[in-house]
Design a protein around this ligand. Structure first.
Ligand code: ADP
Length: 707
C-alpha cells in the first residue's frame, strides 16, 4: 500500500468532504420546508422594516431592556417607519416573546375573529392598529403578566409566533413577501444542488482513486508472487501445488482487490456518516435520540446473528474454491488418461461432490444474506414510522417543525446505512483476510535454494567436470533417503550413462547437478566448484538440460531454439538442429525455422518436441549436457544418429536412459538401484560384474550382443 499513500490520503479527504455534503443536505431540506414553505421565506422574528404603528404596538409588550435593544437596532426612516440595522438573536427573541404576549393579550381581550385566525395565517395589521387605543387602556400589570408568561414559553414556539407577526409587519411596510419566499427557496435549493454536485464529484473521484489503488495493489501483488515463485526451488513447488499457486495469484489477489475497492470507500465513509448522522440527528431533536439508539441496537443484533451464522461459512468458501480448482485442473490436464481408462463417471462424481459442496455453502451464505435484507427493510421502515409517530406529537406540541422531522428521518436512515456498510466490511474482511494469509504464505516463503553471499568462480582447468562425493539426498518430508552415498566423476568430454529401474533415483540425481534441490549429504562439484558456492545462474549457464518431457514455448521454431541463447546465429541454430536430427522435419514444415509452435508445442509430435528440446540445449554450447531420459521418445535410428553426432561435440554428456542400446557405447555406465550405485564401468565390464545390469541387458539385447 505504501506507494499509494498519497492517493489514499486524497481519498480520505474527499470522503470526508462527501460525508459533509451528504450530512448537510437534509439540513437544507429542513430549511426549505421550515423557513421557505412554512414561514414564507422569513428567517427571523425581527422584521427588516416596520411601520411606526407596528413599532409602537410590538414594543408595548417588551421589557425595558428589550425596548432599548429594539430602538438601538432600528433606524428611523423618513416615512416614519423603521429599518433594521443590526441583527442579533436577542432581538429575535425579544420580538418573538413580544409577539406572543401581544397575541395572548388579544386572545383574552377579544374573540379570535379579530385579527388572528390561526398562528401561521397572515395577520391583518391595519385591524391590529385599530385595537391600539384599546390596548392603551389595558393596565400595565396585565401587560407585564403577558410578558412574564411569554418568558416561560419554549423558544421555538415564540420564534414561530414572532415570524408570523414579522410577516404582517413586512406586508404592512410594503415588502413583497411572496418574492422574498421564492428567492429564499431558490437560494437554499441552489445550495442543495451545489452540495449534491460536490458530493457527487467527490464520490466519482474517490471511486476512481479506490479502483486505481485496488488495481495497482493487485498488480504489485501478482508481480511479487510471480517473482517469488520464480525464485522457488523444486522443494517449494512440491510444497505448494501448482493449482494452489495459480488460485493464489488470481482468485486470492482478486479478493484483496475487491476489498480495497469497496473498503477504501466504506472504511472511512461509514464511520464519518454514522457519527455525523447521530450528531446531526441529536441536534435536530435531542428528545428523539432514543429512537436512533433503538435502531442501532436492533441493527447490531441482526448483524451479530448474521455473523455467528454465516462467518464460518465465508472462511470455508475459499478452501472449497481451492479444492474445486484442484479437481478441475486434474481433470483438464488428465483428460486423455480419464478417457482412456474410462473413468469419466468416477471423475464426474468426484467433481459433482466438490461442486455441490461449494454450491451448498454459497447457497447457505446467500440465503442468510437474503433473509437479512427484509429484516433490514422492516427495521428501516419501522424506524421511519416510529419517528413520524413520535415526531407528529412533538410537532403538535410546537416543540418541533415539519422540516426537522423530515431531516430527522433522513439522518436516521444515514446512520442505519452506515452501520450496514460497516457490517458488510466485517463480512468481506474475513474472506479477504483468508486470501491475504494465503498470499502472504507464498511471499514469506524463503526459497530453499539461494545464491551464496560471496559466489565463487569455476576452475577453468576442470571445465565440464561433474564430481559426486559421497552424495546423499532426501526429499523434504520423506522418511528415507532417495540417494545414498553416490560417488563418481563424469570426465570432461566423456559420456556417462545412468541406468536403473523406475524409482531408482536417476532423475533425482541429475536434478541435483542443476541444483534444483540441494544435496543433504556429501558434496557435488561442477567445473571444480561446489554447486552451492556458485551463482545459480552461472551454474545453469554451463549446463544444457533436456528434461524427460520436452516443453516448448509459444513462438516459432527459431525462437524456441534461441530460448537459451538469444545471441545464437542462424548457422549455430541450424548446426544444433542438425546434431539433434531435427533439421529434416523442420525443413519439411511450411515455413522452416519460422514455422509457428502453438501453445505447449501441441502441433509437433512427441519425438519432434524432444528433438527440438535437445537442439535448444545444444544451442547454448554448454560444458555439460544432461539428457534425462530424453531419448526414449526417439526411434532407434534417430537415437543412434543423435549419439554419433554428439560424440564430436566436446561437452560432458550425462544420459539417463532406459534402453541399453542408447548407452552401450558410453565411457562409463552407472547402475542405480534403490538410490545406490550397484555397478559402474563400461558395458562389457558391467555385463560380467554387475548382475543387475546383466538382468536389464538380457531383456533387451540378443544373445550375441550379451557376449
Ligand atoms: P527415477 O528417475 O529413477 O525413475 P526418481 O529420481 O524420479 O526415480 O525418484 C526416486 C525416488 O524419489 C522415488 O522413490 C520417488 O518416489 C521419490 N521422489 C521423486 N520425486 C519426489 C518428490 N518431489 N518428493 C518426494 N519424493 C520424490
Amino acid at each position: 500500500m505504501k506507494p499509494f499513500a498519497a492517493m489514499l490520503l486524497a481519498a480520505v479527504v474527499l470522503l470526508f468532504a462527501q460525508a459533509m455534503c451528504d450530512l448537510n443536505l437534509p439540513n437544507l431540506l429542513s430549511d426549505i420546508v421550515n423557513v421557505g414553505i412554512q414561514q414564507n421565506g422569513i428567517e427571523r422574528a425581527a422584521p427588516g422594516q416596520i411601520s411606526a404603528g407596528g413599532m409602537a404596538l410590538i414594543t408595548k409588550f417588551m421589557t425595558g431592556e428589550q425596548k432599548r435593544l429594539t430602538y438601538e437596532s432600528y433606524t428611523a426612516a423618513h416615512d416614519g417607519g423603521y429599518i433594521l440595522n443590526a441583527d442579533t438573536e436577542a432581538l429575535d427573541s425579544a420580538f418573538g416573546s413580544a409577539a406572543y404576549a401581544l397575541m395572548n393579550t388579544l386572545r383574552e381581550m377579544e374573540d379570535s375573529r379579530h385579527g388572528m385566525s390561526g398562528q401561521q395565517a397572515e395577520l391583518d395589521m391595519s385591524r391590529m392598529h385599530q385595537l391600539l387605543p384599546m390596548l392603551e387602556m389595558i393596565p400595565q400589570s396585565v401587560v407585564d403578566g403577558a410578558i412574564e408568561q411569554a418568558a416561560r414559553m419554549d423558544g421555538l414556539m415564540l420564534n414561530q409566533v414572532g415570524i408570523a407577526f414579522a410577516n404582517g409587519f413586512l406586508t404592512e411596510a410594503g415588502v413583497d413577501v411572496r418574492s422574498m419566499q421564492t428567492a429564499y427557496i431558490i437560494r437554499v435549493g441552489l445550495n442543495m444542488l451545489l452540495l449534491a454536485l460536490l458530493g457527487g464529484a467527490a464520490t466519482i473521484t474517490v471511486s476512481l482513486i479506490s479502483s486505481r489503488v485496488a488495481a495497482g495493489v493487485a498488480r504489485d501483488l501478482r508481480a511479487d508472487i510471480f517473482e517469488k515463485v520464480e525464485s522457488f526451488s523444486n522443494a517449494e513447488f512440491d510444497r505448494f501445488s501448482t493449482a494452489s499457486l495459480i488460485t493464489r495469484s488470481t482468485n486470492d489477489v482478486t479478493q484483496i482487490q475487491m476489498l480495497l475497492m469497496f473498503g477504501i470507500r466504506m472504511v472511512c465513509y461509514a464511520p464519518i456518516m454514522a457519527v455525523g448522522g447521530i450528531i446531526m440527528a441529536v441536534g435536530k431533536s435531542a428528545a428523539m435520540s432514543w429512537i436512533i439508539a433503538v435502531a442501532v441496537l436492533a441493527i447490531l443484533c441482526v448483524i451479530l446473528i448474521v455473523f455467528v451464522v454465516a462467518l464460518p461459512k465465508f472462511k470455508l468458501i475459499q478452501k472449497l474454491t481451492d479444492k474445486l480448482n484442484l479437481v478441475s485442473r486434474e481433470n483438464l490436464t488428465g483428460m486423455m488418461v480419464i478417457r482412456a481408462l474410462g473413468t469419466r463417471e468416477h471423475e464426474k462424481r468426484r467433481f459433482d461432490g466438490v461442486n455441490r459442496e461449494v454450491t451448498d455453502v454459497n447457497r447457505f451464505v446467500n440465503r442468510v444474506m437474503v433473509t437479512m435484507m427484509p429484516f433490514m427493510m422492516l427495521l428501516m421502515n419501522g424506524v421511519c414510522v416510529l419517528i413520524v409517530w413520535v415526531g407528529a406529537g412533538r410537532i403538535d406540541a410546537a416543540a418541533m417543525q415539519v422540516g426537522d422531522l423530515m431531516a430527522y428521518i433522513q439522518y436516521a436512515m444515514q446512520v442505519i446505512m452506515s452501520f450496514l456498510m460497516i457490517a458488510m466490511m466485517f463480512i468481506f474482511l474475513p474472506r479477504a483476510a483468508v486470501s491475504a494469509d494465503r498470499i502472504a504464505e507464498v511471499l514469506e516463503t524463503e526459497a530453499g535454494i539461494s545464491d551464496p553471499g560471496a559466489p565463487r568462480g569455476f576452475d577453468p582447468k576442470q571445465r565440464g567436470r561433474v564430481e559426486f562425493k559421497n552424495v546423499s539426498f532426501r526429499y523434504g518430508g520423506a522418511e528415507d533417503d532417495a540417494l545414498h552415498d553416490i560417488t563418481f566423476t563424469a570426465a570432461p568430454g566423456g559420456t556417462t550413462a545412468i541406468i536403473g529401474p523406475t524409482g531408482a533415483g536417476k532423475s533425482t540425481l541429475v536434478n541435483l547437478i542443476m541444483r534444483f534441490y540441494d544435496v543433504t549429504g556429501g558434496e557435488l562439484l561442477v567445473g571444480g566448484a561446489d554447486v552451492r558456492e556458485v551463482r545459480q545462474k552461472d551454474l545453469r549457464e554451463r549446463i544444457g538440460y533436456v528434461p524427460q518431457k520436452g516443453v516448448l514455448m509459444t513462438g516459432t521454431v527459431a525462437s524456441n531454439l534461441r530460448y537459451g541463447n538469444r545471441a545464437a546465429s542462424d548457422a549455430e541454430i541450424a548446426a544444433a538442429a542438425g546434431t539433434a536430427q531435427a533439421e529434416e522435419f523442420i525443413s519439411e514444415m511450411p515455413e522452416g525455422f519460422e514455422s509457428l509452435i502453438s501453445q505447449g508445442g501441441a502441433n509437433v509430435s512427441g519425438g519432434q518436441k524432444q528433438r527440438l528440446s535437445i537442439a535448444r540445449a545444444l544451442v547454448r554450447q554448454p560444458d555439460v549436457l544432461i539428457f534425462d531420459d530424453s531419448f526414449s521418445a526417439l526411434d532407434f535410428k534417430t537415437d543412434a544418429a543423435l549419439r554419433r553426432a554428439l560424440k564430436g561435440h566436446g561437452s560432458t554428456v550425462i544420459i539417463v536412459a532406459q534402453r541399453v542400446n542408447t548407452i552401450m557405447n558410453a565411457d562409463q555406465i552407472i547402475v542405480l538401484e534403490h538410490g545406490r550405485i550397484v555397478g559402474m564401468g563400461t558395458h562389457k565390464r558391467l555385463l560380467k560384474t554387475c548382475p543387475q545390469y546383466y538382468e536389464i541387458a538380457s531383456t533387451q539385447l540378443s544373445g550375441e550382443e550379451l557376449e
